[in-house]
Design a protein around this ligand. Sequence first.
Ligand SMILES: [Zn+2]
Length: 191
Amino acid sequence: MPDEFLANNERFLQQNTLPLIGHAPRKHTAVVTCMDCRLVRMFEDALGLERGDVLELRTAGATISEPERPAGANDLIRSLAGGVYLLGVRQVLVIGHTQCGLSHIEPATLTASMQALGVDPQKLIEQEKLGDINGLIKWLGGFSDVHINVKEVVEVIRSSPYLPRIPVHGLVIDINTGKLTLVDRDTRGTT
Ligand SMILES: [Zn+2]
């Protein structure tokens, strides 16, 4: 129900008047991270981010799913291209997190959850030519190691023909403490 949020919003409007600011990110940076609810507010605080500082792009697992990687033209790349060409982004940070819901997806759990909601996984797998349950997990973007996933996503972004050569760094944030670790610093230099 949206009512709770509408009521919160009324309170917010009574208490706040926002300053008008532009849509180009002050730090010329786009941050790619996960949709995990534990990142709400904590993420910005942990990175010292204020409203207007960066573009925040969130995907399940801070990832690009395997089937979408080869073309380098998926929805995340599209958003980054908009950020770079229209909003002045000159640096990308890919930030995965520990204990991600997309890591170690249990096939039986996924199957049971889908069936409970009236979706037949087998039918979907056949219809979309995913091969088997592992193909479905790949489509979802499942991965086993967050560090490897971050490095792979960084590589897809670096090599996308839709994007210019700008620094793309990979990091992992601890979901419980907020500690940020650099796992892949871009040393290619810009052209
Ligand atoms: Zn996650």
